[in-house]
Design a protein around this ligand. Sequence first.
Ligand code: RB5
Length: 355
Amino acid sequence: MKIAIGSDHAGFEQKAALAPWLAEEGHEVLDFGPANEDRVDYPDYAYRVAMAVADGRAERGVLVCGTGLGMAMGANKVPGVRAAAVQTPEFAELARAHNDANVLCLSGRFVDLDVNEELCRVFLSTPFEGGRHEGRVAKLDRGCLVEPRVRVVNHPLVAHKLSILRSEDTPTKLFRELVRELALFLGYEATRDFPLEDVQVTTPLETFTAQRVAGKKVAVVPILRAGLGMVDGLLMLIPSAKVGHIGMYRDHETHEPHEYYCKLPEDVDQRTCLVVDPMLATGGSAAMAIGYLREQGVQDVRLLSIVAAPEGLEAVMAADPAVRIFTCSIDRGLNDDAYILPGLGDAGDRIFGTL
Ligand code: RB5
Protein backbone atom coordinates (compact mmCIF):
# COMPACT_ATOMS: atom_id res chain seq x y z
CA MET A 1 0.00 0.00 0.00
CA LYS A 2 1.16 3.56 -0.71
CA ILE A 3 1.53 5.42 2.58
CA ALA A 4 2.21 9.11 3.14
CA ILE A 5 3.97 9.76 6.43
CA GLY A 6 4.79 12.97 8.28
CA SER A 7 5.40 14.34 11.74
CA ASP A 8 6.38 17.42 13.69
CA HIS A 9 9.45 17.67 15.95
CA ALA A 10 7.63 15.83 18.77
CA GLY A 11 6.85 12.90 16.51
CA PHE A 12 10.03 13.00 14.45
CA GLU A 13 11.89 10.20 16.25
CA GLN A 14 9.00 7.75 15.87
CA LYS A 15 8.36 8.82 12.29
CA ALA A 16 12.03 8.19 11.50
CA ALA A 17 11.60 4.66 12.89
CA LEU A 18 8.13 3.99 11.46
CA ALA A 19 8.99 4.94 7.87
CA PRO A 20 11.61 2.17 7.33
CA TRP A 21 9.53 -0.27 9.38
CA LEU A 22 6.53 0.30 7.12
CA ALA A 23 8.75 -0.24 4.08
CA GLU A 24 9.97 -3.54 5.60
CA GLU A 25 6.31 -4.50 6.03
CA GLY A 26 5.97 -4.20 2.26
CA HIS A 27 4.48 -0.72 1.89
CA GLU A 28 5.61 2.06 -0.40
CA VAL A 29 6.36 5.00 1.88
CA LEU A 30 6.26 8.65 0.82
CA ASP A 31 7.96 10.70 3.54
CA PHE A 32 6.61 14.26 3.68
CA GLY A 33 9.08 15.31 6.37
CA PRO A 34 10.38 16.97 8.32
CA ALA A 35 13.95 15.87 7.67
CA ASN A 36 15.24 16.60 11.18
CA GLU A 37 14.12 17.32 14.74
CA ASP A 38 14.03 21.14 14.42
CA ARG A 39 10.85 22.73 15.75
CA VAL A 40 8.07 22.88 13.17
CA ASP A 41 4.30 23.43 13.20
CA TYR A 42 2.26 20.24 13.03
CA PRO A 43 -0.50 21.69 10.75
CA ASP A 44 2.07 22.14 7.96
CA TYR A 45 2.81 18.42 7.90
CA ALA A 46 -0.76 17.37 8.62
CA TYR A 47 -1.86 19.23 5.46
CA ARG A 48 0.91 17.78 3.29
CA VAL A 49 0.07 14.21 4.21
CA ALA A 50 -3.69 14.82 4.13
CA MET A 51 -3.48 16.42 0.69
CA ALA A 52 -1.53 13.42 -0.63
CA VAL A 53 -4.29 11.11 0.61
CA ALA A 54 -7.08 13.37 -0.66
CA ASP A 55 -5.65 13.66 -4.16
CA GLY A 56 -4.81 9.97 -4.44
CA ARG A 57 -1.01 10.12 -4.33
CA ALA A 58 -1.26 7.89 -1.26
CA GLU A 59 -3.90 5.42 -0.10
CA ARG A 60 -3.37 6.05 3.62
CA GLY A 61 -1.56 8.56 5.78
CA VAL A 62 0.32 8.20 9.04
CA LEU A 63 1.04 11.31 11.12
CA VAL A 64 2.95 11.53 14.39
CA CYS A 65 3.04 14.51 16.75
CA GLY A 66 3.28 14.74 20.54
CA THR A 67 -0.27 13.54 21.17
CA GLY A 68 -1.65 12.79 17.69
CA LEU A 69 -4.45 15.25 18.41
CA GLY A 70 -3.20 18.33 16.55
CA MET A 71 -2.35 16.21 13.52
CA ALA A 72 -5.89 14.80 13.44
CA MET A 73 -7.42 18.26 13.74
CA GLY A 74 -5.27 19.57 10.89
CA ALA A 75 -5.72 16.58 8.58
CA ASN A 76 -9.49 16.60 9.06
CA LYS A 77 -9.68 20.08 7.56
CA VAL A 78 -8.87 18.59 4.17
CA PRO A 79 -12.04 17.40 2.39
CA GLY A 80 -12.01 13.68 1.74
CA VAL A 81 -9.77 12.96 4.69
CA ARG A 82 -10.98 11.11 7.75
CA ALA A 83 -8.17 11.22 10.29
CA ALA A 84 -8.31 9.38 13.62
CA ALA A 85 -6.10 9.94 16.65
CA VAL A 86 -5.63 6.42 17.96
CA GLN A 87 -3.91 4.90 20.97
CA THR A 88 -5.25 1.34 21.23
CA PRO A 89 -5.50 -1.49 18.67
CA GLU A 90 -9.29 -1.62 19.21
CA PHE A 91 -9.59 2.03 18.20
CA ALA A 92 -7.33 1.45 15.20
CA GLU A 93 -9.61 -1.37 14.09
CA LEU A 94 -12.84 0.55 14.63
CA ALA A 95 -11.47 3.67 12.96
CA ARG A 96 -11.12 1.57 9.83
CA ALA A 97 -14.11 -0.79 10.16
CA HIS A 98 -16.68 1.84 11.11
CA ASN A 99 -15.26 5.23 10.07
CA ASP A 100 -13.26 4.22 7.00
CA ALA A 101 -10.48 6.44 8.38
CA ASN A 102 -7.72 7.05 5.87
CA VAL A 103 -5.20 8.85 8.08
CA LEU A 104 -3.84 7.44 11.34
CA CYS A 105 -2.58 9.99 13.87
CA LEU A 106 -0.19 8.73 16.51
CA SER A 107 1.32 10.05 19.72
CA GLY A 108 5.09 10.10 19.69
CA ARG A 109 5.36 11.28 23.31
CA PHE A 110 2.87 9.13 25.19
CA VAL A 111 2.76 5.86 23.25
CA ASP A 112 5.74 3.53 22.75
CA LEU A 113 7.06 2.72 19.30
CA ASP A 114 6.14 -0.98 19.47
CA VAL A 115 2.52 -0.05 20.31
CA ASN A 116 2.43 2.46 17.44
CA GLU A 117 3.74 -0.21 15.09
CA GLU A 118 0.90 -2.47 16.17
CA LEU A 119 -1.58 0.38 15.63
CA CYS A 120 -0.22 0.84 12.10
CA ARG A 121 -0.45 -2.89 11.42
CA VAL A 122 -4.11 -3.06 12.51
CA PHE A 123 -5.02 0.20 10.77
CA LEU A 124 -3.46 -0.82 7.48
CA SER A 125 -4.92 -4.32 7.41
CA THR A 126 -8.50 -3.71 8.58
CA PRO A 127 -11.08 -3.22 5.82
CA PHE A 128 -14.04 -0.85 6.01
CA GLU A 129 -17.17 -2.79 6.98
CA GLY A 130 -19.51 -0.71 4.79
CA GLY A 131 -23.19 -1.54 5.28
CA ARG A 132 -24.83 0.69 7.85
CA HIS A 133 -21.61 2.72 8.18
CA GLU A 134 -21.61 3.78 4.56
CA GLY A 135 -24.29 6.45 4.86
CA ARG A 136 -22.71 7.82 8.04
CA VAL A 137 -19.32 8.14 6.43
CA ALA A 138 -20.93 9.85 3.42
CA LYS A 139 -22.41 12.37 5.87
CA LEU A 140 -18.97 12.96 7.34
CA ASP A 141 -17.64 13.68 3.87
CA ARG A 142 -20.45 16.07 3.06
CA GLY A 143 -19.76 17.74 6.39
CA CYS A 144 -21.51 20.89 7.57
CA LEU A 145 -18.13 22.66 7.61
CA VAL A 146 -17.80 22.10 3.90
CA GLU A 147 -21.33 23.26 3.15
CA PRO A 148 -22.66 25.61 5.80
CA ARG A 149 -26.22 26.79 5.18
CA VAL A 150 -25.12 30.40 5.31
CA ARG A 151 -21.83 31.42 3.78
CA VAL A 152 -20.51 34.94 4.15
CA VAL A 153 -18.14 35.76 1.33
CA ASN A 154 -15.54 37.72 3.24
CA HIS A 155 -12.96 38.45 0.57
CA PRO A 156 -11.09 41.81 0.89
CA LEU A 157 -12.30 42.92 -2.56
CA VAL A 158 -15.87 42.13 -1.56
CA ALA A 159 -15.54 44.20 1.61
CA HIS A 160 -14.05 47.06 -0.41
CA LYS A 161 -16.75 47.04 -3.08
CA LEU A 162 -19.51 46.65 -0.53
CA SER A 163 -18.32 49.70 1.41
CA ILE A 164 -18.63 51.79 -1.78
CA LEU A 165 -22.00 50.26 -2.58
CA ARG A 166 -23.36 51.21 0.82
CA SER A 167 -22.35 54.87 0.58
CA GLU A 168 -25.21 57.26 -0.13
CA ASP A 169 -22.80 59.23 -2.37
CA THR A 170 -22.39 56.35 -4.83
CA PRO A 171 -24.16 57.27 -8.10
CA THR A 172 -26.48 54.93 -9.99
CA LYS A 173 -23.97 53.89 -12.66
CA LEU A 174 -21.34 52.84 -10.12
CA PHE A 175 -23.97 51.23 -7.89
CA ARG A 176 -25.15 49.08 -10.80
CA GLU A 177 -21.60 48.03 -11.67
CA LEU A 178 -20.87 47.10 -8.08
CA VAL A 179 -24.05 45.02 -7.77
CA ARG A 180 -23.01 43.14 -10.91
CA GLU A 181 -19.47 42.56 -9.60
CA LEU A 182 -20.62 41.46 -6.16
CA ALA A 183 -23.10 39.06 -7.78
CA LEU A 184 -20.16 37.50 -9.58
CA PHE A 185 -18.29 36.97 -6.32
CA LEU A 186 -21.39 35.42 -4.75
CA GLY A 187 -21.88 33.18 -7.76
CA TYR A 188 -18.24 32.06 -7.59
CA GLU A 189 -18.75 30.94 -4.01
CA ALA A 190 -22.21 29.46 -4.59
CA THR A 191 -20.92 27.17 -7.36
CA ARG A 192 -17.82 25.99 -5.50
CA ASP A 193 -19.16 22.44 -5.04
CA PHE A 194 -20.22 21.87 -8.67
CA PRO A 195 -18.97 18.44 -9.75
CA LEU A 196 -16.22 18.15 -12.35
CA GLU A 197 -15.51 15.54 -14.99
CA ASP A 198 -12.32 14.64 -16.82
CA VAL A 199 -11.89 15.76 -20.42
CA GLN A 200 -9.00 15.30 -22.80
CA VAL A 201 -7.55 18.64 -23.90
CA THR A 202 -4.82 19.16 -26.44
CA THR A 203 -2.72 22.22 -25.76
CA PRO A 204 -0.25 23.47 -28.40
CA LEU A 205 2.27 21.22 -26.59
CA GLU A 206 0.52 18.03 -25.52
CA THR A 207 -2.72 16.23 -24.73
CA PHE A 208 -3.63 15.93 -21.08
CA THR A 209 -6.61 15.30 -18.79
CA ALA A 210 -8.26 18.53 -17.74
CA GLN A 211 -11.53 19.05 -15.85
CA ARG A 212 -14.80 20.68 -16.75
CA VAL A 213 -18.08 21.21 -14.91
CA ALA A 214 -20.02 17.97 -15.31
CA GLY A 215 -23.06 19.23 -17.20
CA LYS A 216 -24.57 21.08 -14.25
CA LYS A 217 -27.69 22.92 -15.41
CA VAL A 218 -28.31 26.27 -13.78
CA ALA A 219 -31.18 28.74 -13.68
CA VAL A 220 -30.60 32.24 -12.39
CA VAL A 221 -33.85 33.43 -10.83
CA PRO A 222 -33.94 37.15 -10.01
CA ILE A 223 -36.64 38.35 -7.69
CA LEU A 224 -37.99 41.41 -9.50
CA ARG A 225 -37.05 44.00 -9.65
CA ALA A 226 -33.81 44.50 -7.70
CA GLY A 227 -32.63 40.96 -8.46
CA LEU A 228 -32.30 41.96 -12.14
CA GLY A 229 -29.21 43.94 -11.20
CA MET A 230 -27.41 40.72 -10.29
CA VAL A 231 -28.24 38.69 -13.40
CA ASP A 232 -25.45 39.94 -15.70
CA GLY A 233 -22.77 39.16 -13.12
CA LEU A 234 -23.98 35.59 -12.85
CA LEU A 235 -24.31 35.17 -16.60
CA MET A 236 -20.70 36.27 -17.00
CA LEU A 237 -19.82 33.37 -14.72
CA ILE A 238 -22.28 30.82 -16.15
CA PRO A 239 -23.12 31.93 -19.71
CA SER A 240 -25.21 28.82 -20.40
CA ALA A 241 -27.57 29.46 -17.48
CA LYS A 242 -31.24 30.12 -18.20
CA VAL A 243 -33.01 32.98 -16.50
CA GLY A 244 -36.37 32.72 -14.76
CA HIS A 245 -38.17 35.71 -13.27
CA ILE A 246 -40.25 35.94 -10.15
CA GLY A 247 -42.04 39.25 -9.60
CA MET A 248 -42.70 40.24 -6.02
CA TYR A 249 -43.45 43.50 -4.39
CA ARG A 250 -43.62 44.32 -0.73
CA ASP A 251 -46.74 45.93 0.68
CA HIS A 252 -45.40 49.02 2.40
CA GLU A 253 -48.11 48.82 5.09
CA THR A 254 -47.97 45.16 6.00
CA HIS A 255 -44.41 44.41 4.75
CA GLU A 256 -45.91 41.22 3.26
CA PRO A 257 -44.66 40.05 -0.20
CA HIS A 258 -47.08 39.67 -3.12
CA GLU A 259 -46.36 37.77 -6.33
CA TYR A 260 -47.35 39.46 -9.58
CA TYR A 261 -45.27 37.73 -12.27
CA CYS A 262 -43.58 34.39 -12.76
CA LYS A 263 -41.85 32.90 -15.77
CA LEU A 264 -39.40 30.03 -15.34
CA PRO A 265 -37.47 27.76 -17.74
CA GLU A 266 -39.58 24.71 -18.63
CA ASP A 267 -37.04 22.28 -17.19
CA VAL A 268 -36.51 24.31 -14.03
CA ASP A 269 -36.95 21.18 -11.89
CA GLN A 270 -33.77 19.75 -13.48
CA ARG A 271 -31.71 22.81 -12.63
CA THR A 272 -29.80 24.28 -9.73
CA CYS A 273 -31.64 27.54 -9.08
CA LEU A 274 -29.63 30.55 -8.00
CA VAL A 275 -32.28 32.91 -6.60
CA VAL A 276 -30.90 36.42 -6.58
CA ASP A 277 -32.01 39.49 -4.66
CA PRO A 278 -29.50 42.10 -3.45
CA MET A 279 -31.30 42.50 -0.11
CA LEU A 280 -32.50 39.81 2.26
CA ALA A 281 -34.56 41.87 4.71
CA THR A 282 -37.58 40.15 6.31
CA GLY A 283 -37.04 37.12 4.10
CA GLY A 284 -40.71 37.18 3.03
CA SER A 285 -40.15 37.49 -0.74
CA ALA A 286 -37.22 35.10 -0.76
CA ALA A 287 -39.15 32.47 1.22
CA MET A 288 -42.10 32.86 -1.12
CA ALA A 289 -39.92 32.59 -4.24
CA ILE A 290 -38.11 29.54 -2.88
CA GLY A 291 -41.41 27.94 -1.87
CA TYR A 292 -42.68 28.48 -5.40
CA LEU A 293 -39.57 26.84 -6.90
CA ARG A 294 -39.99 23.87 -4.57
CA GLU A 295 -43.60 23.50 -5.79
CA GLN A 296 -42.17 23.28 -9.32
CA GLY A 297 -39.99 20.39 -8.14
CA VAL A 298 -36.65 22.22 -7.85
CA GLN A 299 -34.31 20.24 -5.60
CA ASP A 300 -31.30 22.50 -5.34
CA VAL A 301 -32.04 26.13 -4.46
CA ARG A 302 -29.39 28.63 -3.43
CA LEU A 303 -30.18 32.20 -2.43
CA LEU A 304 -27.64 34.91 -3.23
CA SER A 305 -28.09 38.28 -1.46
CA ILE A 306 -25.51 41.01 -1.22
CA VAL A 307 -26.59 42.05 2.28
CA ALA A 308 -28.71 40.03 4.67
CA ALA A 309 -30.46 40.83 7.93
CA PRO A 310 -30.34 38.15 10.64
CA GLU A 311 -34.17 38.23 10.72
CA GLY A 312 -34.31 37.42 7.01
CA LEU A 313 -31.78 34.61 7.27
CA GLU A 314 -33.74 33.01 10.07
CA ALA A 315 -37.06 33.38 8.26
CA VAL A 316 -35.76 31.80 5.05
CA MET A 317 -34.01 28.95 6.83
CA ALA A 318 -37.12 28.26 8.92
CA ALA A 319 -39.31 28.28 5.80
CA ASP A 320 -37.02 25.98 3.81
CA PRO A 321 -34.86 23.41 5.59
CA ALA A 322 -32.52 22.82 2.64
CA VAL A 323 -31.85 26.19 1.00
CA ARG A 324 -28.29 27.48 1.16
CA ILE A 325 -27.65 31.19 1.41
CA PHE A 326 -24.66 33.19 0.17
CA THR A 327 -24.19 36.79 1.23
CA CYS A 328 -21.46 39.41 1.39
CA SER A 329 -22.56 40.64 4.82
CA ILE A 330 -24.88 39.82 7.69
CA ASP A 331 -25.98 43.27 8.79
CA ARG A 332 -27.16 44.38 12.22
CA GLY A 333 -30.92 44.05 11.74
CA LEU A 334 -34.11 45.69 10.49
CA ASN A 335 -35.59 49.07 11.39
CA ASP A 336 -39.32 49.63 11.98
CA ASP A 337 -39.89 49.96 8.23
CA ALA A 338 -38.15 46.62 7.64
CA TYR A 339 -35.09 48.25 6.01
CA ILE A 340 -31.73 46.63 6.65
CA LEU A 341 -29.34 48.54 8.98
CA PRO A 342 -26.77 49.72 8.13
CA GLY A 343 -27.80 48.29 4.75
CA LEU A 344 -27.54 50.21 1.51
CA GLY A 345 -30.98 51.80 1.14
CA ASP A 346 -33.46 50.48 -1.42
CA ALA A 347 -31.37 48.46 -3.87
CA GLY A 348 -34.07 48.51 -6.58
CA ASP A 349 -34.35 52.29 -6.52
CA ARG A 350 -30.59 52.71 -6.49
CA ILE A 351 -30.04 50.29 -9.38
CA PHE A 352 -32.74 51.80 -11.58
CA GLY A 353 -32.34 55.43 -10.50
CA THR A 354 -35.95 55.72 -9.32
CA LEU A 355 -35.19 57.37 -6.00
C1 RB5 B 1 4.26 20.07 20.13
O1 RB5 B 1 4.85 20.47 21.35
C2 RB5 B 1 2.91 19.44 20.41
O2 RB5 B 1 2.01 20.42 20.80
C3 RB5 B 1 2.42 18.73 19.14
O3 RB5 B 1 3.34 17.76 18.79
C4 RB5 B 1 1.11 17.97 19.22
O4 RB5 B 1 1.04 17.16 20.33
C5 RB5 B 1 -0.10 18.76 19.04
O5 RB5 B 1 -1.23 18.27 19.01
